[in-house]
Design a protein around this ligand. Structure first.
Ligand SMILES: CC(C)(COP(=O)(O)OP(=O)(O)OC[C@H]1O[C@@H](n2cnc3c(N)ncnc32)[C@H](O)[C@@H]1OP(=O)(O)O)[C@@H](O)C(=O)NCCC(=O)NCCS
Length: 223
């Protein structure tokens, strides 16, 4: 059994804790040491029964443990990764035992793949990508670093998601490219290439504006 520390104690960090419990139910692999989170450490002792063991900068106190990131906003994920010098840490990759995944898929470090996701063949999931529950990825889908694919998203074979993108819940992405740092609204249908730094939504998806969503995507990170 290996020690693991969850960085981020908001909603997504807590979902990661549940995923680890789910993995352990199948075969015991991880000992959750607790959460690192600036806000939670100053306001709470425990979350979901696990201790708040420090703020982000305290990663150095847990050198022998593995780490996993749990933030609902990809730009925040990348920012915290850079602030804690993430390249020097040991990263876990967590895949729910219920995931269907062919051996031809390439999965990076620090990746999370949630319950009942289905990855078909020859996909490339780069480091620190978060694939939430019930996601379906067709053949040769590529997802670049730090991107978050929300529940029930379907990406057609050949679809490519750039770096630090947020794909909203229930969206459908055709075999197109979503440029880096873009956001796709919930339940949108994207049938054309999306330029980087775009916020798109609707059926078919249209550009709402450039930059970041006016409100943070992740409820927990708004606090
Ligand atoms: C698209 C999104 C990012 C909002 O971006 P925003 O910049 O804050 O945009 P606003 O909320 O100001 O909305 C701008 C316009 O887009 C429309 N819009 C917002 N989200 C939409 C969506 N998903 N589909 C269609 N239209 C949408 C709004 O109705 C509004 O239209 P109006 O100008 O005619 O009133 C957000 O609505 C969204 O869908 N986020 C994804 C949430 C999600 O799935 N999170 C993961 C949970 S696990």
């Amino acid at each position: 059994m290996k020690d693991i520390v969850i960085i981020g104690a908001g909603a997504l960090g807590q979902e990661v804790a549940w995923l680890i419990e789910e993995i352990n139910e199948k075969s015991v692999q991880w000992n959750i040491l607790g959460f690192l989170d600036d806000f939670a450490f100053s306001t709470k002792k425990t979350i979901l029964g696990y201790p708040c063991i420090g703020s982000f900068k305290d990663v150095a106190n847990f050198k022998d443990a593995s780490f996993i990131l749990g933030f609902g906003d990809p730009r925040l994920t990348e920012k915290i990764y850079n602030e804690i010098n993430g390249e020097n840490l040991n990263w876990a990759t967590l895949i729910s035992p219920t995931v269907r995944i062919h051996k031809s898929n390439k999965i990076g470090k620090g990746v999370v793949i949630g319950r009942n996701a289905d990855l078909t063949v020859n996909c490339t999931i780069n480091d620190f990508v978060y694939i939430n529950i019930h996601v379906v990825l067709g053949h040769e889908v590529e997802v670049d670093k730090f991107s978050i694919i929300s529940p029930n998203v379907t990406i057609n074979g050949g679809g490519k998601i750039g770096k630090a993108c947020q794909i909203g819940a229930n969206a459908f992405i055709k075999d197109v490219f979503i440029g880096d740092y873009s956001t796709v609204g919930a339940s949108s249908c994207v049938i054309k290439t999306v330029e980087e730094y775009s916020v798109v939504a609707g059926v078919p998806a249209k550009v709402l504006h450039k930059g970041t969503p006016t409100k943070s995507i992740s409820r927990s990170e708004r606090h």
